[in-house]
Design a protein around this ligand. Sequence first.
Ligand SMILES: Cc1ncc(COP(=O)(O)O)c(C=O)c1O
Length: 426
Amino acid sequence: MLMNYTNSLDFARQQDSLDPLRRFRSQFIIPQHDGKDAMYFTGNSLGLQPKRVRDYIGKELDNWASQAVEGHFRGDAPWVRYHEQFEEPLARIVGAKPHEVVAMNALTVNLHLLLVTFYQPTTTRYKLLCEAGAFPSDQYAFETHIRSRGLNPDNVIIEISPRVGEHTLRTDDILSAIANHHDSLALVMLSGVQYYTGQVFDMASITKAAHAVGALVGFDLAHAAGNIPLALHEWNVDCAAWCSYKYLNSGPGNISGVYIHERHANNTELPRYAGWWGNDLSERFQMKKGFRAAHGAHSWQLSNGNILAMAAHKAALDVFSETSMDTLRTKSETLTGFLEFVIEDVARERIDIITPKDKTQRGCQLSLFVQPNGRAIFEHLSEHGVIVDWREPNVIRAAPAPLYNSFEDVWRFGSILKEALEKYHA
Ligand SMILES: Cc1ncc(COP(=O)(O)O)c(C=O)c1O
């Protein structure tokens, strides 16, 4: 939709009154600043708390109190199968089949588990292609995982960087890097949405190019899940993992999600690190020797899940189930477009937005390159109730989330940014 924006409170309020998702804001707890709703733009870091979380956790606390160990097998959502409730909603969010997804562990743990299965180096095909600016936890996982296989990361990791003077990666450069390393490339592991710049990668083309040279492909979807529509199965992606505490609003450090394409998920022979929760349920409690993998992504589970944390995840996913990723995306494009318009209007070229301008190459987040006095401007925003984040050396990230952010939030952000720029920018 082509939108003619106006940087005014009236315009913002009119957009809010037309917003088909406006009823969702009241389902979240908005942090307060000086007795008013703060302008929370950090859903890309920690999503807000859905009000229903307390009841869902309370219900499991009650089950634990009244049923104790029997809670594993009794009640409307027995704990032994509790994770199964996440398959349908997560499959809708990431564009997968239900048996291709599982909620388990935390993100970096799952990256390691995916490497165990999907990084299978041989003497000739052993390279792992990733971004030079990948989130540090991913870099640490790659580096240490490769060492644990007795290989030298310097010989294995191929990092791709933006061109000199550019902030984001060009798809053509990613595809060329894949083609250049062709039969020595074992695995391509990139993010779906880059955490620093907010750039969305062309996951379909990357997957196609990697498969064409015989490599496998995985994505870290920490900043993509719940942010942009995904079609992992259709794109033929081999594996992916994400966290649930950003756009999925499931609470700090909460459970991660994993996608494994069914051609792998149903292959019980694939190498993996196993635990009893991945063993076929029909035999899980027979306590027998010899791991027998179940079919589906859930057979990568190791341990019985943390039910209290999963209750919060359930509450958050139930909110998502009342809408669709396409509806969220429509609002998100307009809302982030409004943020861009407002910033350009008040900053008048004093701020460089490094996130791609092309809507198909970005999600909710805009990354603002602010110089000079970036830190002082960030602090002024914080002191006046605008919650954004600061990434060294000079980037402010702001991500309006379509479930709970309003156009009025964006307009207020703009007026406080204007004050900050007048105070600190020459
Ligand atoms: C892109 C990305 N990867 C990995 C992580 C690490 O996640 P965790 O601490 O849940 O392992 C984060 C955390 O913010 C992230 O943004």
